[in-house]
Design a protein around this ligand. Structure first.
Ligand code: HSE
Length: 429
């Protein structure tokens, strides 16, 4: 084994960073044996040194992250700051000074992954980010390496633990969205500002990363259609239950049937209780990958939290250090297919539409005519009437999202349709 250590700079020492520092210390011998050289934590850059957690070596702490990555003797920079800047500038500077980078930064990779990969390649460095998607669950490396000889057609999953916790609570207790969010906040799952999770930004960033790697193309967060779960009601969940379904916030990345384009989207959807994703409870994540040769694969586990995310970071650290010792780099960006990302209107799926209508002769026929005129085929209709009004639940066969939107627009114009109570896509059948 080489005795001269590989030097590591850690940028950020919050929930994840402090776990990375702890495991690097407690597992130092195992890491050295697995890598073939010791790894030494050479510096830890933080914004607020007074907030550094117990157990983190105080003598390594600095507030000057730029000076740390510019030192010239750093082999690997671990970035767990999050957000776009200063992370992007620091990573670029790290490459310029000969370091490889391990990052957990989904927002940055989803926004600017291509430029970061190009910078890594230009400097003969590695850029690894297993921890950016679904915490501890190995997904980036299986897609990038294990499935590199196969053709992935679909990635479908629950990639945000906070929203899964909220929907699980709503499903199991009948609680409304606000009540379930309050519980998620009290238990520390949801942040004080839960926007990134509940509006689907976090899941959309992960979907962009997964789609790019799975389909060997470039997908940014701006290409991902995004709907959060703030509009999901207890009535939607109850309606899903009546259909033998539950509601999940899904990230869905698909290659078009003709192979000429891809789509990526995040939105709440009903899935049958018989689907394996329906049994993913609390804050767990799970992702289905469908490919030509392997068929269906499912990845399941903790998608967040300090130690689980640190596990993914350290796996990348070992891989990057092994590459360094071999004088090589691992796989970089693979975006050769250059497949365009189609708009949401072209996505084809099934829909559950709940309407409040007048309960009188001809209304059902009127509603059915609107669906027919827009080329959307009805699968089932359920009606419950009371005092001259009725609630009508229509489930469609597969139809394009654009056709469904114009159907709903036309339904809203009907005098006999008092309101469109909810529209939800039905997936996983
Ligand atoms: N906030 C995310 C979640 C974890 O709830 O899954 C980090 O991506």
């Amino acid at each position: 084994m080489r005795t001269r250590p590989l030097k590591v700079a850690l940028l950020g020492c919050g929930v994840v960073g402090s776990e990375v520092a702890r495991i690097m210390t407690t597992h130092a011998d195992d890491l050295a044996n697995r890598i073939g050289a010791p790894v030494e934590l050479a510096g830890i850059a933080v914004r607020r040194p007074d907030r550094v957690r117990a157990g983190v070596p105080a003598e390594l702490v600095t507030t000057d992250a730029t000076a740390l990555v510019k030192r010239g003797d750093i082999d690997v920079v671990i970035e767990v700051i999050g957000g776009i800047e200063p992370a992007r500038g620091l990573i670029t500077t790290a490459f310029e000074h000969g370091a490889s980078v391990v990052s957990a930064n989904k927002a940055l990779v989803a926004a600017d992954g291509a430029a970061l990969h190009a910078a890594a390649e230009a400097h003969g460095a590695d850029l690894y980010y297993e921890a950016a998607v679904a915490g501890a669950i190995p997904l980036v490396r299986p897609l990038r390496e294990s499935l590199a000889g196969d053709k992935v057609n679909r990635v479908l999953g629950i990639v945000n633990g906070t929203t899964n916790f909220i929907l699980d609570k709503m499903d199991s207790t009948g609680a409304g969205y606000s009540e379930a969010l309050d519980e998620a906040t009290a238990l520390g799952y949801a942040e004080a500002d839960p926007t990134a999770d509940v509006e689907g930004f976090d899941a959309a960033a992960k979907a962009a990363i997964l789609a790019g790697i799975a389909f060997h193309t470039r997908v940014t967060i701006d290409d991902v259609h995004r709907e959060g779960l703030t509009e999901v009601t207890a009535a939607d969940i109850a309606s899903a239950k009546r259909m033998g379904c539950t509601v999940k916030l899904l990230a869905i990345c698909e290659r078009a049937a003709d192979g000429a384009s891809v789509t990526a989207r995040v939105h709440p959807a009903m899935i049958p209780l018989t689907h394996p994703l329906a049994s993913v409870r609390e804050a767990y994540n799970a992702v289905f990958v469908e490919s030509d040769a392997a068929g269906q694969l499912m990845f399941y586990g903790p998608g967040a939290g300090g130690a689980p995310t640190a596990s993914a970071v350290l796996g990348d650290l070992v891989a990057v250090c092994r590459n360094k010792l071999a004088g090589a780099t691992g796989p970089g960006e693979s975006a050769y297919t250059r497949l365009p990302v189609s708009p949401m209107g072209e996505v084809v799926t099934r829909y559950h539409i709940s309407l409040d209508v007048a309960d009188k002769p001809g209304v059902l026929a009127q509603v059915a005519t609107i669906f027919a005129e827009h080329g959307v085929s009805i699968d089932t209709v359920r009606q419950q009437g009371k005092d001259g009004e009725a609630s009508l639940v229509v489930v469609t066969h597969r139809a394009a999202d654009a056709a469904l939107s114009s159907t709903v627009g036309a339904l809203r114009e009907l005098d006999t349709v008092r309101g469109v109570a909810s529209i939800m896509r039905v997936e996983g059948e």
